[in-house]
Each structure stands twice: as structure tokens, then as C-alpha cells.
Design a protein around this ligand. Structure first.
Ligand SMILES: Nc1nc2c(ncn2[C@@H]2O[C@H](COP(=O)(O)OP(=O)(O)OP(=O)(O)O)[C@@H](O)[C@H]2O)c(=O)[nH]1
Ligand SMILES: [Mg+2]
Ligand SMILES: [Zn+2]
Length: 375
């Protein structure tokens, strides 16, 4: 701590930084690490205002369960907790301690719309005859969402949230080296939505048997594992399996990148349908049409999802986007304006860092594209 002297002033500078005037010298009372820490806390708070929920099914007691079931229901001993895994031509599939439960879904809880269940949802249910009676759904602790623009005639152009999977720990962002060609712009958006939904991202590059993968050094400072695999030679598959052990993981990416093939490789059986990529366009055919969850022997649960054509950011406004680019964190506290968007503002430390090669230009450009909606 500093000694308070007679010629000391406190000047509030931006939202985090305090300067002290001591004996005619301007001295920061925080070192670089403290700046970075403060900024990280601030950015974390900003992001979490958008999405909150944290309830672990394993530590839930009966009282907590009672809180989100229909008021008149009494907790019964035959109630179980399962994970919504799939719905397959009117058969509702749950996973309970690794075993699969099938039946027709019903509910007596007027607060529940079965249509709103998303793969990964934890449900409280009871079995009777061939029916699964859904009694309650637990709050979701994470979600993978994207913006979907409605194309139906009734609500054409409407912006909607499309939730791809919920209660997942890891988002495996799948991209192929070729067929379809790897696009870092898409990967940048996947990363934003993983962080928005409290999901740890892993980047998985497939089809390395077809072509050498491009240099992805731009992601070096982000602490995101990058795993290169071939579903043909099986290179990298056991490394990927190691990263997913015991975790619930959603595989997502464009059609044809090899999500279903990858899950088949991890399961070591051909469970999921896969199909050739169209010769001319190099695009997939949208082979998978619904999401489904598959347990691995080591405790991991793998969620296959349909290929996504466009991956728009959901609920991320222009003021918040900058906090999702972690490489800005080190520099942003030194921008002249605390609310600097790192775009047209003067004395921007982030732009300076880009010029000096301390932030990859490609990442900065991708940020500006998203900020200006030119993605
Ligand atoms: N050479 C090569 N081909 C692969 C690899 N992984 C997948 N493929 C092929 O790519 C094509 C598309 O694979 P899918 O697994 O159906 O792709 P997907 O991502 O599930 O596609 P959607 O279900 O449409 O979203 C298939 O013909 C696969 O055999 C790989 O590592 N190497
Ligand atoms: Mg598929
Ligand atoms: Zn700036």
C-alpha cells in the first residue's frame, strides 16, 4: 500500500484504473496483473448478465426438486431423474445411469411443453406402462444457442433463439480441412456462443487425411485445445476421446464436416447415419436431422447435431461482443475510453496491439465483421 501524503490526489480514470499523484509523479496503484484481473472480472460480469443458471443435478435435494415441479405434485419414491437423449418417431428416449429408457412421453405438469425439451435436459419422470410421465425439468446450467431467422410464412424474418443442446460441458467445434473448406469466421462465432452458454470449447479439425490443415496459430493464446483427426486413419481419435472423458459434449458444425462419422469413430461402431459430401459444391447434404445423445463407456456423453447452415450470434449486443475476444483483455484496460469498442475510437490500445502484431489481425478483422454485421 502507498503512504498517504499531503500532495496525493485520487483521480478516477476510466472504470477500473486509479492513478495516484505522489511527489509529482503519476504512478499506477495497480500492476499489470491486477489490471487484467479487474478487467476479466468486469467482462465476466457483463457476459453473465445475459445468462444465469447453476444447479447441479447431483447435489439437488428434494426441496430443490419441489421448487420447479407443479405445485400440487407431491414428491414420490418412484420418481427418477433422466437425461432427454432423443426422440425417434414418437418414442421418447431417456438415459438413466447409462441405461436407456424408451416410451411415449406424457406430462401432467401444465408448466411443461414437451416440444420445448432439448437434448441434454434433465427431467424428473415416472414410468407407467409404456409411458414416461415427465414431472419436471431442472434448470439448465449451460446451453449452446444460435440465432435463427425464421423462414416460415407466418413469422418470416423473425429472429429466434435456436437452442442446439443444453447442460453440456464441452462444445466440440467440428470443422474439416476440406469438403467443406475450413472457415475461421465460422469458428470465431462458435467460440463466442460456447462462452456465452458456459461451455468449454474444443476445436476438432477433421479430414486431415485429405489435405494438410492450415496454420491455426491465431488461436494460440486462447487456451482452446485444437485436435486434428482423420476418421479414415483414426489418427487423433484417442487423443480426442481423452479430452472428453466423463463429460457431456455437443458436436456441432457445418453439414458434411464429419460430426456423425466422428461420433461413430469414438463409439467404435457405425451407429449414426453419414453421407457423402456433394462433389461439386463441397457441401454436406444435411444427413443428420435431429440431435441425439450417445453414452461412451468411459462416462462421456456425445451429442450429435444436424449441420448448421448459418451460425448467427444470439443475444450478444455490440457493447458486449468485445468481451468475448479474450486476446483483447490484456490491452483493453489501456484504451482511452472505458467503453471503447476498438473500432473508430482514438487512442485505442487494442488497435495499437493489432498494429504491433500482438493481436492476430485476422481475429481483429473477424471481430469488426461481427460488430458491423458484415459476417
Ligand atoms: N476422408 C475423410 N472423410 C471423412 C472424414 N470424416 C468424415 N468423412 C466423410 O465426410 C462425409 C460426411 O460425413 P458426416 O459424418 O455425414 O458429416 P456430418 O457433419 O454428420 O453431416 P450432417 O449430418 O449433414 O451435418 C462422409 O462421406 C464421411 O465418410 C475424415 O476424417 N476423412
Ligand atoms: Mg451428421
Ligand atoms: Zn479500444
Amino acid at each position: 500500500m502507498y503512504l498517504l501524503e499531503s500532495n496525493l490526489f485520487f483521480i478516477r480514470f476510466k472504470y477500473l484504473v486509479y492513478l495516484l499523484w505522489i511527489n509529482g509523479e503519476i504512478v499506477n496503484d495497480k500492476n499489470d496483473n491486477e489490471f487484467a484481473e479487474d478487467y476479466a472480472i468486469h467482462s465476466h460480469k457483463q457476459k453473465n448478465q445475459k445468462f444465469k443458471s447453476n444447479l447441479d443435478i447431483d447435489i439437488m435435494n428434494k426441496q430443490q426438486i419441489q421448487n420447479f415441479i407443479y405445485e400440487s405434485d407431491q414428491i414420490k419414491d418412484n420418481w427418477k431423474i433422466g437425461i432427454f437423449a432423443d426422440t425417434n418417431t414418437y418414442v421418447f428416449i431417456l438415459l438413466n445411469n447409462g441405461s436407456i429408457v424408451r416410451g411415449e412421453a406424457k406430462t401432467t405438469n401444465q408448466k411443461i411443453l414437451l416440444k420445448q425439451l432439448i437434448v441434454g435436459d434433465n427431467v424428473i419422470y415416472e414410468e407407467s406402462d409404456n409411458n414416461i410421465n415427465i414431472i419436471g425439468i431442472t434448470p439448465r446450467y449451460s446451453k449452446l444457442a444460435r440465432l435463427r431467422i425464421d423462414s416460415s410464412k407466418i413469422s418470416y424474418g423473425c429472429m429466434q433463439e435456436h437452442i442446439v443442446a443444453v447442460n453440456v460441458d464441452i462444445g466440440v467445434m467440428v470443422a474439416s480441412v476440406i469438403r467443406p473448406k475450413l472457415q475461421t469466421r465460422l469458428i470465431d462465432r462458435y467460440m463466442v456462443m460456447c462462452e456465452y452458454g458456459d461451455i468449454k470449447p474444443i476445436l476438432c479439425i477433421t479430414k486431415i487425411d485429405l489435405e494438410t490443415p492450415p496454420n491455426l496459430d491465431i488461436y494460440n493464446n486462447l487456451d482452446i485445445p485444437i485436435i486434428y483427426v482423420s476418421n479414415i486413419t483414426k489418427e487423433g481419435i484417442s487423443k480426442l476421446r481423452g479430452q472428453l472423458k466423463g463429460k457431456k459434449c455437443v458436436f456441432f458444425g457445418s453439414s458434411g464436416v464429419g460430426k456423425s462419422t466422428l461420433i461413430n469413430s469414438l463409439l467404435e461402431r457405425n451407429l449414426l447415419d453419414t453421407d457423402e459430401v456433394r462433389e461439386k459444391s463441397g457441401k454436406g447434404r444435411h444427413t443428420t436431422s435431429t440431435s441425439s445423445l450417445h453414452p461412451l463407456k468411459d462416462g462421456a456423453m456425445l451429442i450429435d447435431t444436424p449441420g448448421i447452415r448459418s451460425f448467427g450470434l444470439w443475444n450478444i449486443d455490440k457493447d458486449t461482443l468485445r468481451f468475448y475476444y479474450k486476446e483483447f483483455d490484456k490491452f483493453a484496460p489501456y484504451c482511452k475510453f472505458s467503453n471503447c469498442l476498438h473500432f473508430h475510437e482514438p487512442d485505442c490500445a487494442v488497435k495499437k496491439a493489432v498494429k504491433e502484431g500482438l493481436i492476430p489481425k485476422e481475429r481483429y478483422d473477424s471481430y469488426i465483421r461481427l460488430l458491423t454485421d458484415k459476417s
